[in-house]
Write a protein that binds this ligand. Structure first.
Ligand code: FE2
Length: 293
C-alpha cells in the first residue's frame, strides 16, 4: 500500500485530556517548522446552567502561543455527539482553517431534520473552511497530512495521518476499550468494521492516537497505541475476529447503550462547525427536541 505522505516524519504530539467528556484534543507540530494543527478541540458546557466556557480550549491556545507556533488547521475527525467543538473560538484567537469530512452534508441533512432547522441552516458544509474527501492531502508547515474516509460510527468520519502519527477519531478506542458505537443515525457496524480494517492496514509501527478513553477496569487514562497493538490486542477487532462477529457484537452492545449526556447540544453546535445556533434576535440558544432521538 502506498500512502501520500512521508511516514518517516515524526510530528510532536501533545495531548490534552478533558475529564468532563473523556475527550483527548491534540496539538500536532511539524518537526521541521513552527506550524501545527489541532485535532478535536473541546468547548466546555455546564449543561444544567446553559453556560459555555473555554478553559480546555484556552490550554491549547496557551500552548501554541507560548511556543510561538502558527496554527494551520483545526480539524474535526467527525461531528462528535459527546462534546462541543471549540473550533471557532480557537480560530478567532489563532487563525487556521476548520476542516471536516465532506460527508458532513449527510450529517447536516439528518440532524437538520431532527432539530427542525429552518432554511437558514445550510446543509452543504459551507460552515467549514475545508471539506476533505478520501485521500485528500493538506500541509501543516512542511509536513503533509492526509484524510482517510472511515465511516461507520458516523457517515462523515475521517482518520487523519500526519507523518508517523494517525488520529483515529472514533473508529477505535485503546485495545482494551475496543471500538466506538455504530448506532447513531447514519452509523453502520459493517462499515465501521471495514473502516477499522483500513486503519489497521497502516504500517504496524504507526502511532495511533485515540479521541476518547474511559479507563476500562479502573486503569489510568491512555490515548496512544500502535497499529500492531490494535491488530493483536483490540478486544473487538483484534486477533482475527470476523466482520460477522463484529457486527453481531456491536449491534447487541449498542442496543444497551444510553444516549451520550451531551448529544443534544453537541450535534447542534458541531454540525455548525462549532458555532452556537441563535434565536430570532441573534442570541445563542439550544433546542431540546422531545422524543425525536
Ligand atoms: Fe464520536
Amino acid at each position: 500500500m502506498t500512502y501520500p505522505v512521508d511516514m518517516s516524519i515524526k510530528p510532536a504530539v501533545s495531548a490534552h485530556f478533558d475529564d468532563a467528556t473523556n475527550t483527548i484534543s491534540y496539538v500536532v507540530r511539524d518537526p521541521s517548522s513552527t506550524h501545527c494543527a489541532i485535532i478535536d478541540s473541546v468547548m466546555d458546557i455546564d449543561y444544567a446552567a446553559g453556560r459555555i466556557t473555554y478553559d480546555h480550549a484556552d490550554k491549547l491556545i496557551e500552548e501554541i502561543e507560548s511556543q510561538g507556533l502558527t496554527l494551520d488547521w483545526i480539524i474535526e475527525t467527525h461531528v462528535h455527539a459527546d462534546h462541543l467543538s471549540a473550533a471557532p473560538y480557537i480560530q478567532s484567537k489563532l487563525g487556521g482553517k476548520i476542516g471536516v469530512g465532506e460527508k458532513i452534508m449527510v450529517v447536516q441533512e439528518t440532524f437538520g431534520k431532527v432539530f427542525n432547522e429552518g432554511t437558514d441552516f445550510q446543509r452543504d458544509g459551507s460552515q467549514f473552511d475545508a471539506l476533505f474527501k478520501d485521500g485528500d492531502t493538506y500541509m501543516v508547515g512542511n509536513m503533509q497530512g492526509f484524510a482517510m474516509f472511515t465511516p461507520g460510527h458516523t457517515p462523515a468520519c475521517m482518520v487523519h495521518v500526519m507523518g508517523n502519527a494517525a488520529f483515529a477519531g472514533d473508529t477505535l478506542f485503546m485495545p482494551d476499550g475496543g471500538s466506538a458505537r455504530a448506532d447513531f443515525p447514519g452509523g453502520d457496524a459493517g462499515e465501521l468494521y471495514d473502516s477499522i480494517q483500513k486503519v489497521l492496514s497502516l504500517p504496524d509501527d504507526m502511532r495511533l492516537f485515540m479521541c476518547h478513553d474511559y479507563g476500562p477496569n479502573g486503569r489510568a487514562i491512555e490515548w496512544e497505541t500502535t497499529v500492531a497493538e490494535q491488530k493483536s490486542d483490540n478486544i473487538h477487532v483484534g486477533g482475527g475476529k470476523t466482520r460477522e462477529d463484529f457486527i453481531k457484537f456491536r449491534t447487541e452492545r449498542d442496543a444497551q447503550l444510553a444516549m451520550p449526556r451531551l448529544i443534544i447540544p453537541s450535534l447542534q453546535v458541531n454540525m455548525r462547525a462549532g458555532e452556537l445556533p441563535t434565536d430570532q434576535d441573534g442570541n445563542p440558544v439550544l433546542k431540546i427536541p422531545v422524543n425525536t432521538l
